[in-house]
Ligand binder design. Structure first.
Ligand code: ATP
Ligand code: MG
Length: 575
């Protein structure tokens, strides 16, 4: 492609909202174009890079036995009502009506649609296992679209679904997809880590998230350097502190004026925060938006409540729970903001972190302004409706598998795999007949990759101050020829020769033949991040050009033939 003919508009300035490198660079290099918040279009170079990622995914999915299909983005509400997710998905589901008032949504994911295909088309064990996938546009009306392609409202996803006769088959399908994901992200040159994950609104039992390591990522993972434990922080199990061998002391009410926080009360009573009980107050809503129940959750004072674990314990859709208004909840349940404890609450679900059950003589709010209770003990003084692990595994806490201190890292979730089991096949009636004509639900798995988010993650991991540094496998073009003086006949001839030869060799080449100053061309070449740059300048008369890799500082002067053969070699080695 001749750059003089390419639709390319690079920008000097980017909007303030672009905070992270991938967002800034993809916009500055003119690869993506914002339409409205969370909705982006792709310009020629950006689209080529996205297609490279798609093709890597496609190759690996096909090799793993997947069959590509393409379903519509528009989905009828009825099918979501069947699975129960029309309501459970909440406001992220982009709903719309047709002219007759019939409800539809724009698919955020396609479990229902794929389950519908197999329940219609599959009837016998002979047709299983099967893996169907698509690379298609998804819609999620995200509460906070941000970071460009990272969290957008319209994005491209590869979603695959496996269908097996039994759970052993599912394990095999799941492992095949897991291995394919490792190959895909390796080929995309990502530094990533598969970690155990929560199953969220998709449902099912097991799940792994593939996380590209990055400071700007929205996922936080906990991992152990001593063993192979690695999980999202939401998922990571947290070991209960071991109780001291203590006698229960007499329960006492003490005056603690103005101590509305754990810090304040611990300071006032001169005790460690780990000798206190922290209360967090929530309200859940029903289908109609009316209050369903109040929830008081209790963890040790120095702990952080893990919202995902709490939501799982309560078994409510994520969008139906929020922090309660203390005054309103106090009126209904007897809690007192800043002084809430687990004793004497009425009309509310009490969720107690498992650790508190063993610990003795703690301090908790007295449900009375300016008072706390001391020597509070589970069983004797209060009980919970739900007792489970609802705390967050912090950096330095003991590893749930080997006990050594865990580490934390941030990352970008680029893909996730789930063992769905029979959740959808049972609710939607996707059955098959075995050898004896007996009916069984099909056992399912689902596997997603954010294509456009992966593109952003690649840029996030491969850039410098001057621009993108595309890894060869996903680069929109392999080589850029910078023609310093397009009017110079010899230079133009040499550049054309290199261009034609490389194209014949299957290399994807841009020829920067624009009538711009050399400085502008070099700046743009760096910004666009094409892996190999061949500069054709004054020395072209002597058959000499400059060869440079975007990822390295060094440039070398070589003969035209040598530049061509070096470029062909590196492209075939790395693409
Ligand atoms: P997140 O937790 O980041 O919201 P998710 O767990 O809801 O993502 P999945 O339902 O697992 O996402 O979707 C599969 C993949 O689609 C994700 O791993 C991610 O790469 C991509 N993805 C999800 N939401 C978005 C989005 N808003 N913008 C871009 N890509 C997304
Ligand atoms: Mg996910």
């Amino acid at each position: 492609m001749r750059l003089s003919k390419m639709h390319l508009k690079t920008l000097r300035e980017v909007p303030n909202e672009a905070e992270i490198a991938s967002h800034i660079l993809l916009v500055r290099s003119g690869m993506i174009r914002k339409l409205v918040s969370g909705v982006y279009g792709f310009m020629p170079l950006g689209w080529k890079a996205a297609r490279k990622i798609e093709n890597i995914i496609r190759e690996e999915m096909d090799n793993a036995g997947g069959q590509e299909i393409h379903m519509s983005a528009i989905q009828p509400a009825e099918i979501w009502q069947e699975s129960g997710r029309w309501y459970a998905y909440g406001p992220e589901l982009w709903r719309l009506k047709d002219r007759n008032g019939r409800d539809f949504c724009l698919g955020p994911t396609h479990e229902e649609i794929f389950t519908d295909i197999v329940r219609t088309d599959v009837s016998s064990y002979r047709q299983l296992p099967m893996n169907l996938y698509q690379i298609q546009t998804k819609y999620r009306d995200e509460a906070r679209p941000r970071f460009g392609l990272m969290r957008s409202r319209e994005f491209i996803m590869k979603d695959a679904y496996s269908f097996d006769a039994d759970f052993e088959g599912l394990d095999k399908s799941y492992n095949e997809m897991y291995d394919a994901y490792e190959r895909i992200f390796t080929r995309c040159a990502l530094d990533f880590r598969p970690v155990e994950a929560d199953t969220g609104a998709i449902g099912g039992s097991n799940s792994h998230e593939f996380t590209a390591i990055s400071e700007v990522g929205e996922s936080e993972i906990a991992y152990c350097e001593n063993c192979d434990m690695a999980a999202t922080v939401e998922r990571a199990e947290c070991i209960d502190a071991k109780p001291e061998n203590e006698e229960m002391l007499t329960l006492e009410k003490v005056s603690t004026p103005g101590t509305k926080t754990i810090e304040a009360v611990a300071d006032y009573l001169k005790i460690d925060k780990n000798r206190t009980i922290k209360a967090l107050l929530f309200v859940t809503y029903d289908n109609e938006g009316d209050v369903d129940s109040y929830v008081a959750a209790f963890v040790r004072g120095d702990r952080t409540l893990n919202m995902v674990k709490l939501i799982n314990a309560l078994d409510v859709p994520e969008h139906t729970i929020e922090f309660a208004d203390e005054e309103e909840m106090g009126y209904e349940t007897g809690c007192v903001g800043g002084f809430t404890g687990p004793m004497g609450l009425t009309n509310c679900k009490i969720v107690v972190d498992s650790e508190l059950v063993q610990l003795k003589n703690l301090c908790a709010g007295a449900n009375e302004k300016d008072y706390h209770m001391i020597n509070v003990n589970y069983g004797r003084d209060y009980e919970g409706d739900i007792i489970t692990d609802i705390k967050t595994l912090r950096e330095g806490d003991p590893c749930p598998e080997c006990g050594k201190p865990v580490k934390h890292a941030r990352g970008i979730e680029v893909g996730q795999v789930f063992k769905l089991g029979t959740k959808y096949s049972e609710s939607m009636g996707a059955m098959y007949k075995d050898e004896n004509q007996k009916d069984h639900p099909i056992v399912m798995g689902c596997y997603g990759i954010g294509v456009t988010r992966t593109l952003a993650a690649v840029v996030e991991q491969h850039h410098d101050d001057n621009g993108i540094i595309w890894p060869m496998a996903v680069a929109p073009y392999h080589v850029i020829i910078t023609l310093v003086k397009p009017n110079d006949e010899i230079q133009a001839l040499v550049a054309d020769k290199i261009y034609d030869t490389l194209i014949k060799a299957g290399v994807e080449v841009i020829l920067d033949d624009r009538k711009e100053r050399p400085g502008v061309k070099f700046k743009d070449a760096d910004l666009l991040g094409i892996p190999v740059r061949i500069t054709v300048g004054k020395l072209a008369v002597e058959d000499i050009v400059e060869y440079k890799l975007r990822r390295e500082d060094d440039k070398i002067e070589v003969s035209v033939d040598e530049a061509i053969s070096k470029a062909i070699k590196i492209v075939s080695d790395e693409k």
